[in-house]
Write a protein that binds this ligand. Structure first.
Ligand code: IPE
Ligand code: IPE
Ligand code: MG
Length: 248
């Protein structure tokens, strides 16, 4: 799967490698980026949102088929109210222009996570973005908002239990495919590569089921400083990995 032509490091370009079909990004480090500059954390989120636009478009241009970005976790509600409020304003401003923003790139927008916790206005904007972009033919961009891997699995388990109770699902038929089909990412391939900027070595509850065999690339750069060349570096690192999936 990960083909890597033996060339000196400096000469390797994206043309030489097989790209992952599905990339996940944990967009982390906004707060530290702002702190380093003596700015409020919200300024880091604003800068991070700009980087998100740029990197999403770049992924689409180079031929990534699925991109899942972690924008807000089920645990991020614990943050101070002013930070959560600033993030909600940012989401709203962004979603108002997202349809236009990604139109020329034919990007299909999907939101994964429990959206019921958001304001009716934000929920309506998510639905509008999904409906308006669903017939495009470009990259699928999943934006994980109020997403948690455990919460996603609980939702799936409850749904399967309901189907079993009403007789539409035979418990013995539950296999990996059936579970995958009850997740927000139903019908999508599992992520091949998950990039975490900001240097933290943990999943923080991102795509727990789907990432069973994902390659992780942890990078020291903070998300608002993340450049196209950092994505290239992660893709090249991914291509060097020997994915065995438990085989030899
Ligand atoms: C990621 O950046 C954005 C969200 C979690 C919403 P952080 O805000 O976690 O930035 P750090 O990790 O504190 O630097
Ligand atoms: C993960 O980052 C969530 C997002 C990037 C949206 P966090 O900053 O919330 O994760 P922890 O707290 O460092 O594990
Ligand atoms: Mg963080």
């Amino acid at each position: 799967m990960a083909l890597f032509k033996k060339k000196p490091e400096a000469e390797i370009s994206l043309q030489d490698i097989i790209l992952p079909e599905h990339v996940g990004i944990i967009m982390d480090g906004n707060g530290r980026w702002a702190k380093k500059r003596g700015l409020p954390r919200s300024a880091g989120h604003t800068a991070g949102a700009q980087v998100f636009r740029k990197i999403a478009r770049y992924c689409s241009n180079i031929g990534i088929r699925y991109l899942t970005v972690y924008a807000f976790s089920t645990e991020n509600w614990k943050r101070p109210k002013d930070e959560v409020d600033a993030l909600m304003r940012l989401f709203k401003d962004y979603l108002e222009e997202a349809i236009r923003d990604f139109k020329d790139d034919s990007i299909i927008l999907r939101f994964i996570g429990d959206r019921s916790a958001f304001s009716p206005e934000l929920i309506a904007l998510m639905e509008e973005n999904e409906t308006e972009s669903k017939d495009r033919d470009g990259m699928v961009l999943n934006i994980a908002m109020n997403y948690g891997g455990r919460a996603e699995l609980i939702t799936a388990m409850r749904q399967m239990a309901r189907e079993a109770a009403d007789g539409t699902l035979d418990p013995d038929s539950i296999d990996e495919q059936v579970v995958s089909d009850h997740l927000y990412t139903k019908g999508e391939p599992d992520p091949d590569l998950i990039i975490r900027p900001s240097g933290e070595n943990r999943t923080s509850n991102f795509l727990l089921w789907q990432s069973a065999y994902a390659e992780y690339v942890i990078m020291d750069v903070l998300w608002p400083d993340f450049k196209e060349k950092d994505l290239d570096a992660a893709l090249i690192e991914y291509a060097k990995r020997n994915r065995r999936f438990g085989g030899v």
